[in-house]
Design a protein around this ligand. Structure first.
Ligand SMILES: Nc1ncnc2c1ncn2[C@@H]1O[C@H](COP(=O)(O)OP(=O)(O)O)[C@@H](O)[C@H]1O
Ligand SMILES: [Mg+2]
Length: 253
């Protein structure tokens, strides 16, 4: 039996007494791409961070990759997080270092044993894996370029290659296309969907562009008033009914 990759039940989160998530429930099947949409300030980023407890939920249950996330003690939480790749709007690569060095450093995120463990492995194996990850994102020809010499879209692809060094089973992406030009943004969305289709990874991606939501997901979840108010297969989605999820929400009641 294979359960869902993610099941969220009754998740709540308030900041300083102001409710943001007010009972969020949904589940995500293995090997699918889910777009999370919602107006500015509706709590999309908060929800994504709660899933791996970068933000601590107030209540509710999260089962992800077979773990009861809210019950994990720190060492287990670290191990669990290593299986979840994050992609942010702004990558945190080291700009003056090479592409390959940045990607090699991604191996740290999956190192959960004693510190010395990795030093004993031939660095060549890590470098070869980093090159394979670069090839996966279409940048195998630029390993020695400094990150700050690349375009924004290339830099985001380096960040994805570095994340792949974690060998993640699940990817959470928070507006990975937001600071890119339209073509590069689309390339990044397609790359993430390819990882779902070709590698069987599971993706939840926050999307702020209607076209990307429709073009690069299997399923759409809409967040409003602290709850999932829309849950639809993408192929059955009606663009007009999605539009209000892309407007500004204003103040949360
Ligand atoms: N760390 C925080 N402390 C207090 N308020 C926060 C914090 N993070 C986000 N918020 C507020 O919570 C609401 C939801 O934010 P966020 O999850 O970033 O929304 P979205 O990603 O949908 O734009 C916003 O009103 C935001 O200002
Ligand atoms: Mg956000």
């Amino acid at each position: 039996m294979v359960g869902p990759a993610l099941a969220v039940n009754g998740l709540t989160k308030a900041y300083d007494g102001r409710p943001i998530l007010q009972g969020v429930s949904f589940s995500v099947a293995v090997g699918t791409a889910t777009a999370l949409i919602g107006a500015n300030g509706s709590g999309k980023s908060t929800l994504l961070k709660c899933l791996i407890r970068l933000v601590e939920p107030d209540s509710g249950a999260i089962a992800m990759l077979g773990r009861d996330v809210c019950a994990l003690a720190p060492p287990d939480l670290r191990a669990f997080r290593s299986g979840v790749g994050m992609v942010w709007q702004r990558h945190n690569l080291v700009p003056r270092l090479s592409v390959l060095t940045n990607v090699v450093q991604g191996v740290q995120a999956r190192r959960t044993g004693p510190r010395g463990w990795f030093q004993s492995i031939a660095p060549a194996a890590v470098r070869a894996e980093a090159m394979a990850c670069l090839d996966r994102v279409g940048l195998a020809d630029r390993p020695l370029a400094r990150v700050d010499s690349l375009s924004g879209g290339q830099q985001q692809r380096v960040a994805i290659a570095r994340m792949l060094m974690q060998r993640p089973r699940f990817i959470l992406a928070d507006e990975p296309d937001a600071s890119l030009d339209p073509q590069s943004g689309e390339d990044v969305m397609r790359l993430l969907l390819d990882l779902v289709r070709q590698e069987g990874l599971t993706l939840v991606v926050i999307s702020h562009r209607l076209e990307h939501t429709l073009g690069y997901s299997d399923r759409i979840l809409g967040l409003s008033q602290g709850r999932i108010s829309l849950d639809t297969a993408t192929r059955q989605a009606d663009a007009a009914s999605l539009r209000h999820f892309f407007d500004h929400e204003g103040s949360t009641p």
